[in-house]
Design a protein. Structure first.
Lengths: 114, 114
């Protein structure tokens, strides 16, 4: 039973436009949310995170939005660049468990077209 | 500062053989995690060390997998005997000892069991 869902396996966006990647989770106890970017043959690279006490966090071209009532988070990349082409993973954790293990979605492959 | 390193980068073994994977976390990171991605599936948690102690090993698939972290520094993950379904990419991650600490991933070890 998947607790984190990224329903779009792939997304194509024109360079300079906005990329929006979506993620849904099922358990309202999750309280820390992260986005990772992954290039082929490399490990996931941390991009941006947000805790459940916030609804928005920005870092340069990357903004993560959290909608707790809908159990939904999204990553906005503006403007999109060809170097952003990668697989993006949404990950969630629950601090109360003491383990902080991350639960990942299956990823969305973003292609930014020059 | 050096990132998380993993050795070997690739391993091809025959069913029934033993393989040992090594992970060196970022210096000063008490938390060390092992994850695995089987082809076509999401990245899944295996276990979590805090220093040399196993905090959570709920993701370990069976007793053919043995993880150690002697002295609270590097960690090893041994698979004995390896089965075909153990093939995949094994990632190690480390973080500071905080509930919302970001986990930083290594490049992974690609294991193929023939």
């Amino acid at each position: 039973d998947q607790q984190v869902k990224q329903n779009s396996p792939s997304l194509s966006v024109q360079e300079g436009r906005i990329s929006i990647l979506n993620c849904d989770y099922t358990n309202s106890m999750f309280d820390y949310f992260l986005w990772y970017k992954k290039y082929p043959a490399e490990g996931p690279t941390f991009l941006i995170s947000i805790s459940s006490i916030k609804d928005k966090n920005e870092d340069g071209r990357f903004t993560v939005f959290l909608n707790k009532s809908a159990k939904h988070l999204s990553l906005h990349i503006v403007p999109s660049q060809p170097g952003d082409s990668a697989v993006y993973f949404c990950a969630v954790s629950y601090s109360g468990a003491g383990s902080y293990q991350l639960t990942f979605g299956k990823g969305t492959k973003l292609s930014v077209i020059p | 500062e050096a990132g998380v390193t993993q050795f070997p980068s690739h391993s091809v073994i025959e069913k029934g053989q033993t393989v040992t994977l090594r992970c060196d976390p970022i210096s000063g990171h008490d938390n060390l995690y092992w994850y695995r991605r089987v082809m076509g599936k999401e990245i899944k948690f295996l276990l979590h060390f805090v220093k040399e102690s196993k905090q959570d090993e709920s993701g370990m698939p069976n007793n053919r997998f043995l993880a150690e972290r002697t002295g609270g520094t590097y960690s090893t993950l041994k698979v004995q005997p390896a089965e075909l379904e153990d093939s995949g990419v094994y990632f190690c991650a480390s973080s500071l000892r905080l509930a919302t600490a970001t986990q930083y991933f290594g490049p992974g070890t690609r294991l193929l069991v023939l």
